[in-house]
Design a protein around this ligand. Structure first.
Ligand SMILES: CC(C)(COP(=O)(O)OP(=O)(O)OC[C@H]1O[C@@H](n2cnc3c(N)ncnc32)[C@H](O)[C@@H]1OP(=O)(O)O)[C@@H](O)C(=O)NCCC(=O)NCCS
Length: 187
C-alpha cells in the first residue's frame, strides 16, 4: 500500500456546502451542517480530506462539555468515499486525526456509531480503537456502540453507558438540514 499523502482542509464558510454534500452521501438522514457551523466559533474542527487533489473523505473532532470529560475529544462525521474504501484511507485518516488530537492536548478519543447503520465501521473500529462498549440508553432500536482510544500511555477509562443526549444531536441535525437547504438556495 502506498504511503498516503493526505491533506486535511478545514471546513469553513466557503466550503461548508461541499462538506455537507459529501457527508450527506454517507449519512443521508443526518445533517452535519450545524456541527460544521458551530466549529467556526469553538475548539472543534472538521476537515475535507484530499489525496493530492482528489477528495477521499471527511472527518472531524469535537468537544462536548455536556458529557463531563474536558480532556476527551470525540471523532465525528467520519467517512471515506465508497470508491476509495479498502485502500487504507480510513486508517490513514484515523491515524492523522489521533495525531492532531494528541497535539491539541486531549487524553482520550471517543466516538459513537451504530452497528445497525454502519456495520463496516464496527469491523474497522474493532481493529483500530482500544475497545468498544454497547450503548443502550437511547435509540434502542439501533445497536449503538461507543469506541475509545487512549491518547496517552495510560489506559483509557470506559464510557460505562453514560448518557450521550442523542436527542439533542438529532434536533441539531434536523435544524442543520433546513439551514443547508436554505444556504444552497442562496448561492
Ligand atoms: C468505515 C470506513 C471509514 C473505513 O474506511 P476504509 O478507507 O475502507 O478503511 P481502510 O481501507 O483503512 O480499512 C482498514 C482495514 O479495516 C478493515 N475493514 C474496513 N472496511 C471493511 C469492510 N467493509 N469489511 C471488512 N473489513 C473492513 C479491513 O481489515 C481493512 O484492511 P484491508 O482492506 O487491508 O483488509 C468506511 O467503510 C466508510 O466510510 N463507511 C461509511 C461511513 C461510516 O460508516 N463511517 C463511520 C461512521 S462512525
Amino acid at each position: 500500500m502506498k504511503t498516503k499523502n493526505l491533506r486535511f482542509e478545514a471546513v469553513t464558510p466557503e466550503n461548508i456546502n461541499l462538506a455537507t454534500k459529501i457527508e450527506l452521501g454517507f449519512f443521508p438522514d443526518m445533517c452535519a451542517y450545524c456541527s460544521y457551523e458551530d466549529s467556526f466559533n469553538n475548539n472543534n474542527v472538521y476537515w475535507i480530506v484530499y489525496d493530492e487533489n482528489e477528495i477521499v473523505g471527511i472527518c472531524g473532532i469535537y468537544e462536548n462539555a455536556n458529557l463531563g470529560e474536558p480532556k476527551t475529544c470525540w471523532m465525528g462525521w467520519f467517512g471515506v468515499l465508497p470508491e476509495k474504501r479498502r485502500h487504507g484511507y480510513g486508517k490513514a485518516i484515523l491515524d492523522k486525526t489521533i495525531k492532531i488530537a494528541k497535539e491539541k492536548g486531549y487524553d482520550t478519543l471517543r466516538l459513537y456509531t451504530s452497528a445497525t447503520l454502519c456495520p463496516e465501521a464496527i469491523i474497522f473500529y474493532d481493529l483500530f480503537m482500544d475497545f468498544g462498549e454497547n450503548y443502550t440508553l437511547e435509540e434502542t432500536d439501533l445497536e449503538r456502540k461507543v469506541y475509545t482510544k487512549s491518547l496517552t500511555r495510560k489506559p483509557a477509562t470506559k464510557w460505562n453507558n453514560r448518557k450521550l443526549y442523542l436527542d439533542h444531536e438529532k434536533n441539531r441535525e434536523d435544524e442543520g438540514m433546513k439551514k443547508y437547504l436554505l444556504n444552497l438556495k442562496k448561492k
